[in-house]
Unconditional design. Structure first.
Length: 163
C-alpha cells in the first residue's frame, strides 16, 4: 500500500539509527516498513524500506534502505553475494532471496516496535519516493539487528538508545 506524499524533498539516511533519530526528534511520526527490491543487470538486491513523513510543518519524506540480500542470477546457476557468498542452483538462490528479505522485515518490525524511537510502526506500507539510490550494506551499523549463522536476527547485545 503506497501512501501519497506531498511534493517535497526526500531525506535519505545511511543507517537505521540516523533515520530513527531524525524522525523521532521532530514528532511521533509513523514509520512505514515495506519490502523493496531492484534489478541491476544480472544481479538483484532485496531489502527493507523505512519511510516516514513528519506532519505538515516539515514536508520531507525520510527514508532508509536496509539491504537484506544481493545475488547474481545467470542461467541455471545463481550466486548470493551478500550477506554471504555461495553459488547454488537458480531456484535455491531465488528462494534464499525471498527468505532473507522476509527474515529481515520480520526482525526489523519486532525490533522497531521495542525501540522508543520507532514506537509507531506499520508494515507493508510506504510513502511514494523517487528511485532510491542508496542501498547501504552498513545501514544496520549500531542497530540491534545482525546476520548470524545464516539468518537475520535481533542482537542479544542491545546498544544504549540515544535520546
Amino acid at each position: 500500500m503506497a501512501k501519497k506524499s506531498k511534493a517535497g524533498p526526500v531525506c535519505e539516511y545511511g543507517t537505521v539509527n540516523a533515520f530513527l533519530n531524525a524522525v523521532s526528534e521532530r514528532a511521533q511520526a509513523t514509520i512505514l516498513l515495506a519490502p523493496v527490491h531492484r534489478p541491476i543487470g544480472n544481479a538483484v538486491q532485496a531489502g527493507a524500506l523505512l519511510t516516514s513523513q513528519i506532519p505538515d510543518d516539515y514536508p520531507c519524506v525520510h527514508l532508509c534502505v536496509i539491504l537484506a540480500v544481493e545475488a547474481v542470477l545467470v542461467g541455471e546457476r545463481g550466486r548470493v553475494t551478500y550477506p554471504y557468498r555461495q553459488a547454488q542452483p537458480d531456484r535455491q538462490v531465488r528462494q534464499k532471496i525471498r527468505d532473507l528479505q522476509q527474515e529481515l522485515l520480520t526482525v526489523l518490525l519486532h525490533t522497531l516496535q521495542h525501540d522508543p524511537r520507532g514506537a509507531h510502526v506499520r508494515s507493508d506500507a510506504f510513502y511514494q519516493v523517487p528511485e532510491i539510490q542508496t542501498w547501504n550494506r552498513q545501514a544496520l551499523a549500531g542497530f540491534p539487528v545482525t546476520y548470524q549463522d545464516g539468518h537475520w536476527i535481533a542482537s542479544a547485545d542491545r546498544p544504549e538508545m540515544p535520546f
